[in-house]
Design a protein around this ligand. Structure first.
Ligand code: USQ
Length: 385
């Protein structure tokens, strides 16, 4: 299959590109290296340095004998996107090419406007380029569970059937996102649903939970093939942060009461889910939504698990409750359906003690250059009084 991976330099994009290439698909990765610029702006670095995408593509060829083509460009430049789609005529487009951090988007007017412009305009250009160059292709778009927020009712997979004043209709599930970043994904979902309904585009919106983990089957083949693993307050996700904090003997930074509950999945399952979606495409005109996570935990559950992991490794771990920099419910109902990917064959990689021990061991081996200042949450959702 001809597969285009948008955002191929990122935490998830690069392992996904290697996965499809290893399968024998024809893969083109696209990136404008914006994430590397945001890292410079924020003064943060991944746990281990990540070779350039050019170097990783070269190393991949040496290790696997397979080619990944690399195109450098910005999705908000429609000429670049049109030329790319006309030349490659992808059959599947896996779209990770967006600013992915809630705290980044909440820093200032500039970063909020940038996040929404970058994400929404880039995604619109992809939709128009599909209509123009490959109307039968399948768009596999990375959305987020955070589009739904934490409503006081069960979360369905994308759609909700309502009965109102004696009449019934099926509508997109109501959204209550918690940051300008999460809102950008809501706007993307609406634009994609419209393009499916009006132009007959086929798309799967993967409403992904919080991802954790460091390794996939391909990243371990060579040190140069590693992916970018963040533990800072802007790009680090909660479990990855807790593992690094524990590894260097710093207290775990639970925000507020810690009852915030989310869906989680291992990075290996991101790859598995994207693979399943690509192999069973949506129908023409169908806007399909899958809730992409395998288990749900509260922040306190994760802190306890990391403390127990530390104990098994002979490391004592302190749990701190910080004033919550975000505006979010800290004690709430959460029951999100997530059966559609399981129906397609997803075999979850669960957060077992063994899995935690393995991740902790990898993090401890590589934590020599950890910048502990990056543990402090700098971005506040509200102006400080
Ligand atoms: N949290 C802490 N302590 C920390 C970091 C986070 O208590 O040191 C809490 C947050 O307040 C939040 C929860 O942990 O309640 C998750 O935060 P996170 O930073 O791990 O994840 P989030 O900001 O929600 O965003 C991440 C990814 C984003 C993706 C989203 C999926 O960065 O790209 O869309 O997870 S979801 O959360 O389901 O919306």
């Amino acid at each position: 299959m001809r597969i285009l991976i948008l955002g191929g330099d990122g935490y998830l994009g690069w392992p996904t590109a290697m996965h499809f290439s290893a399968r024998g698909d024809e893969v083109v990765v696209v990136d404008n290296f914006a994430k590397r610029r945001w890292e410079l702006e924020e003064g943060i670095e991944p746990l281990l340095p990540v070779p350039t995408l050019h170097a990783r593509v070269k190393r991949w060829k040496e290790v696997s004998g397979r080619d990944i083509q690399l195109k450098v460009g910005d999705l908000t430049n429609h000429r670049f996107v049109y030329t790319l789609f006309e030349a490659f005529k992808p059959e599947a487009i896996v779209h990770y090419g967006e600013q992915p951090s809630a705290p980044y988007s909440m820093q200032s007017r500039e970063t909020a406007v940038y996040t929404q412009t970058n994400n929404i305009v880039g995604n619109l250009n992809v939709l128009f380029a599909m209509r123009h160059a490959c109307p039968d292709a399948h768009l596999v778009k990375l959305g987020t569970m955070g589009e739904y927020g934490t409503p006081n009712i069960d979360i369905e997979e994308g759609w909700l059937t309502l009965n109102h004043n004696g009449r019934s209709d099926t509508v997109l599930y109501p959204k209550k996102p918690g940051s300008f970043y999460h809102l950008s994904k809501v706007h993307d979902s609406h634009n994609i649903e419209f393009a499916c309904r009006v132009w007959g585009i086929r798309s799967t919106d993967l409403n992904q939970g919080v991802v954790y983990g460091i390794e996939t089957d391909q990243t371990t083949l060579h040190a140069d093939l590693r992916t970018s693993f963040h533990y800072d307050d802007v790009f680090g996700t909660v479990l990855n942060r807790f593992l690094v904090q524990a590894a260097v003997g710093s207290p775990l930074t639970v925000y507020g009461k810690g009852g915030q509950t989310r869906g989680f999945l291992n990075i290996r399952d991101t790859i598995q889910c994207v693979n399943l979606a690509v192999d069973s495409p949506a129908d023409s005109g169908q806007f399909r939504v899958f809730n992409q996570f395998t288990e749900q935990f509260s922040v306190n559950d994760l802190a306890r698990k990391v403390a127990e992991t530390g104990k098994r490794a002979g490391v004592s771990v302190r749990i701190d409750h910080l004033e919550n920099p975000r505006v979010e419910l800290e004690d709430h109902y959460y029951n999100a359906k997530h059966s559609k990917l399981v129906d397609l064959g997803l075999k979850p990689t669960l957060l077992t003690d063994q899995a935690l021990d393995a991740m902790f061991a990898t993090v401890r081996t590589n934590c020599g250059h950890v910048e502990q200042e990056a543990f402090n949450p700098r971005v506040k959702w509200q102006k400080s009084s």
